[in-house]
Design a protein around this ligand. Structure first.
Ligand code: AMP
Ligand code: GLY
Length: 442
């Protein structure tokens, strides 16, 4: 069988690399891919949102399965478009993808399904949002613990965590009045600000059966110690000891299962990756958001540890027979992924810098360098994005995996390359840093 992966980031490189290991797969195409997928698979110059071209390509190249990486084509209905043409696709339909593409849809569903999440209010105009703030927080100097969110997709940037009134009002101005995120700001959501530590729990579901993956932890702020602006994710590791086996069962029972049932009941049956962004609060885990795809960079350490044939898992999902799949097998060793970024990211950055030392890093044991923002120019990998590489390593403990990942990072260089130095440190000091069932192995 031939498989087509859609997207061009680190997540798609990891997907293509893992799919390629399946003995049942002949060719793996990535549209449009990067310098890493050019080596581990075959790149195809088609944009992820050019549906007619993707369909034509899948037909002509006997693609038996299309795997969609990013949210934009899912929200635009790529899975529906492929299915209409009798082409098999892994991922949710456009209506099910609303779980990520509309925060108001997600919050309403969670409320109806009684899934723990922050209290919220939805507004359609700036005046009613401003009135709410003034009535609810009349004292000018009081703490205003609200999170302001644009309803639609805003590449992770449409969320402002506030503590003062001016911050809330400024966010309303930017999102609703100035339309900084375009139509994503047609509706605005105020959420109660939750406190705690964040963790990502990803599950694969065919709408009936749920297969939960190992809990992972992302590092969204740009700089060490969780300081600086938010990014797409500067590194991730798994298993995350923050979620032990008992907590993971609780999350399945009270969060994942009711969500999948509610999607079915509301006629948006969900199939694909259900990614729960959770806050572990004093009152227990609460949903911050849902994504409808693999996390990037969470996907990289997850797939590094997965021993099960990924194609078996993806096909069983598409064919709605996940219940027949044997339990997933994992490498017992933890994995750590460190993102190397371009100077200036998450703000403005330059591209086109030649990357050196990739072969040296790749030669290290238990290391895989996943490419994100790269492209091949005359056989040489160059930077082509803000998050450039996801250097991923396995180790006998989280600290050993971390050490190996940073040893590989040291081999790689280009002008302005940088990374966080503390990826996975949150796991340390928790005592139970080994992999396995203790740490909520799914
Ligand atoms: P989201 O895209 O909704 O996950 O929000 C992005 C980031 O904003 C999350 O990873 C959290 O760090 C933060 N965040 C979102 N919602 C809340 C909330 N209700 N309370 C505290 N922080 C939040
Ligand atoms: N790493 C966060 C995300 O994929 O949304």
């Amino acid at each position: 069988m031939n498989v087509l992966v859609i997207g061009n980031g680190g997540r798609e490189h990891a997907l293509a690399w893992k799919i390629r290991q399946s003995p049942r797969v002949e060719r793996v195409f990535v549209a449009p891919g990067n310098a890493g997928t050019a080596q581990d698979a075959e790149n195809v110059e088609i944009s992820p949102t050019d549906f007619p071209k993707l369909i034509r390509f899948a037909r002509q190249n006997h693609v038996g399965l299309t795997v969609v990486g990013p949210e934009a084509p899912l929200a635009a209905g790529i899975v529906d478009a492929l299915q209409t043409e009798q082409l098999r696709a892994f991922g949710p339909t456009q209506s099910a993808a609303q779980l990520e593409s509309s925060k108001a849809f997600c919050k309403n569903l969670l409320r109806h399904a009684d899934v723990p999440s922050a209290d919220y209010h939805v507004f359609r105009d700036a005046e009613s949002a401003q009135r709410f703030v003034n009535e609810r927080y009349p004292d000018k100097d009081q703490d205003v613990p609200l999170v302001v969110k644009a309803d639609g997709l805003a590449a992770g940037k449409g969320v402002v965590v506030c503590s003062r009134r001016e911050q809330v009002l400024e966010a309303v101005q930017r999102i609703v009045v100035d339309r900084e995120f375009g139509d994503a700001g047609r509706e605005i959501i105020f959420e109660e600000r939750l406190n705690g530590e964040e963790v990502s729990v990803l599950a694969i579901t065919d709408g009936r059966t749920i297969v939960t993956l190992t809990p992972t932890q992302d590092h969204k702020p740009a700089y060490d110690g969780d300081l600086g602006p938010n990014t797409g994710g500067m590194g991730a590791y798994c298993p995350a000891p923050l979620v032990d086996a008992a907590t993971l069962s609780w999350i399945e029972e009270h969060i994942l299962v009711p969500t999948v049932h509610a999607m079915k009941r509301s006629r948006h049956p969900f199939s694909g990756v259900l990614y729960a962004g959770l806050m572990i609060t004093h009152q227990g885990p609460k949903v911050l958001e849902y994504n409808v795809r693999f996390g990037d960079p969470e996907c990289q350490p997850l797939l590094m540890r997965l021993r099960t044939d990924l194609v078996d898992l993806l096909e069983a999902t598409v064919d709605r027979r996940l219940d027949e799949l044997p339990p997933l097998e994992w490498d017992p060793r933890p994995a750590v992924c460190v993102v190397m970024a371009a100077d200036g990211y998450p703000g403005k950055y330059e591209i086109g810098k030649p990357i050196r030392g990739l072969a040296e890093a790749a030669a290290l044991p238990d290391v895989k360098v996943f490419h994100a923002g790269t492209r091949l120019v005359d056989g040489q990998a160059q930077t082509n994005g803000g998050r450039v590489l996801g250097v991923t390593a396995l180790g006998n403990s989280i600290s050993a995996a971390k050490l190996q990942a940073y040893t590989a990072v040291k081999c790689i260089r280009w002008p302005g390359a940088w990374c966080r130095k503390d990826i996975s440190d949150k796991a340390l000091g928790r005592g139970k840093e080994e992999g396995g069932r203790e740490s909520g192995e799914g």
